[in-house]
Design a protein around this ligand. Structure first.
Ligand SMILES: Nc1ncnc2c1ncn2[C@@H]1O[C@H](COP(=O)(O)OP(=O)(O)OP(=O)(O)O)[C@@H](O)[C@H]1O
Ligand code: SF4
Ligand SMILES: [Mg+2]
Length: 382
């Protein structure tokens, strides 16, 4: 019998995380004596996202589009204004107190800034033991000590690191401590929020490779958040592109790079330098006008219409496009796009306007990284 699959092409048995219609709106307060709510920041405004067990889902988008807020909402660190999140079929919003605390063990976060997220007064041993003790995983002293050494070994740090403080490590080593801390409670899901953005380029690849090795060893599921498509390409099975609080495109990583369908994704990809100088010189870049609009006052209709080089007179400014599966010849069924005109744009029937926004003259390409994959800026291997 064929298993029923949902709109993202995933069978229910494969699903670890299922976020439906997630909204997180922050009130904007005003007034000295009496707090009045004068508006809202629509940080996350209708996210539907499913993550398979054992996969890496890359979530990308410009600064301020709501990536971190969504990651935090998944882990119930941010209260949902609307919508639901299930982990392994358990609706997290129904859990309170001790039940929620127990469930938290299964989902952990790795942060961008390891120094800021690690208590400077605690040794690595104390940092790692904290979570284990909170979840009753450190009752046997000898067993706990062995586990700490195993954890450090898994992230490539010596046992002697246990007695050190966070400031005694390099940035990359500190991120390894942060990863070991997330692993210490044996989670199923790790939300890694810009895990390599604060690190030197040479160290970024090592940390990315470590995350991949650990995924295989411990059967982890990842949501990796980044503002750079080049970083997530290397590790993601699927990628979701976010714009102003919601997904605009989602596909298997290779399909997204081979055939980006949403105008925003096309613009993001066109900004990635290509190592081949000949291709780079003739590469067409789609430049977007203006900044990301304020999430406190998002545009009507399609949120991208104020910057979209393909925007049409009808529908774009009045009707918000749903994230829908598109059927284009040669495209696998799991490619989802929130654009009214995705098919016409892909076929060339709808042409881009604003010629002045397109740059085809030679541009100065940055020096490509050694071993970089064409179309990415990544990163030397270990
Ligand atoms: N606690 C909060 N109260 C009010 N506004 C908030 C709060 N947290 C985030 N925001 C706002 O919500 C929007 C989304 O923020 P968020 O941090 O999720 O973006 P992001 O995509 O992670 O950006 P970056 O790439 O810079 O980390 C921003 O406009 C931000 O200012
Ligand atoms: S719906 Fe219109 S404005 Fe939005 S991405 Fe598609 S063409 Fe552009
Ligand atoms: Mg963020």
């Amino acid at each position: 019998m064929t298993e029923v699959v949902d709109a993202s092409g995933i069978a229910p048995g494969e699903v670890l995380v299922d976020a439906r219609g997630v909204k997180v709106h922050f009130p904007i307060k005003s007034g000295l004596l009496i707090d009045r709510t004068v508006g809202h920041v629509y940080a996350v405004d209708g996210m539907d996202l499913t993550i398979r067990r054992g996969e890496t889902y890359g979530l990308v988008g410009e600064s301020g589009c709501g990536k971190s807020t969504f990651g935090r909402a998944l882990l119930q660190l941010e209260e949902l204004t609307e919508g639901s999140v299930t982990l392994g079929g358990v609706d997290l919003a129904t859990l309170k107190g001790e039940d929620l605390r127990r469930q938290r063990r299964h989902m952990q976060m790795v942060f961008q800034d390891p120094l800021g997220s690690l208590d400077p007064r605690q040794t690595v041993e104390q940092l790692l033991l904290e979570g284990m003790q909170a979840h009753g995983l450190a009752s046997d002293k000898k067993g706990a000590r062995d586990r700490l050494v195993e954890l450090l070994d898994a992230v490539g740090l010596p046992a002697s690191a246990l007695s050190k403080y966070p400031h005694e490590f390099s940035g990359g080593q500190r991120q390894r401590v942060g990863i070991a801390r997330a692993l210490s409670v044996d989670p199923e899901l790790i939300v890694a929020d810009e895990p390599v953005s604060a690190l030197d380029v040479s160290v970024q690849a090592q940390v990315i490779n470590l995350l991949q090795d650990l995924q295989e060893e411990f059967g982890l599921t990842y949501l990796v958040i980044a503002h750079d498509l080049a970083v997530v390409r290397h590790i993601s099975d699927r990628i979701g592109v976010m714009y102003l609080g919601a997904l605009v495109e989602e596909a298997e990583a290779d399909d997204l790079y081979a055939m980006p369908l949403h105008p925003y994704t096309r613009a993001l990809l066109s900004a990635i330098p290509v190592p081949d100088p000949v291709v780079e010189d003739t590469r067409e870049r789609i430049l977007l006008s203006g900044d990301l609009p304020s999430p406190a006052n998002p545009p009507s209709g399609c949120r991208f219409h104020t910057r979209c080089p393909w925007a049409q007179q009808t529908r774009c400014s009045t009707e918000r496009p749903a994230l829908r599966q598109v059927t284009i010849e040669g495209l696998p069924g799991s490619h989802r796009v929130a654009c009214h005109f995705a098919e016409g744009i892909a076929s060339g029937e709808i042409q881009r306007h604003a010629v002045e926004a397109v740059l085809t003259e030679p541009t100065e390409a940055p020096e490509p990284a050694p071993h970089a994959v064409p179309g990415t800026t990544l990163l030397p291997e270990d």
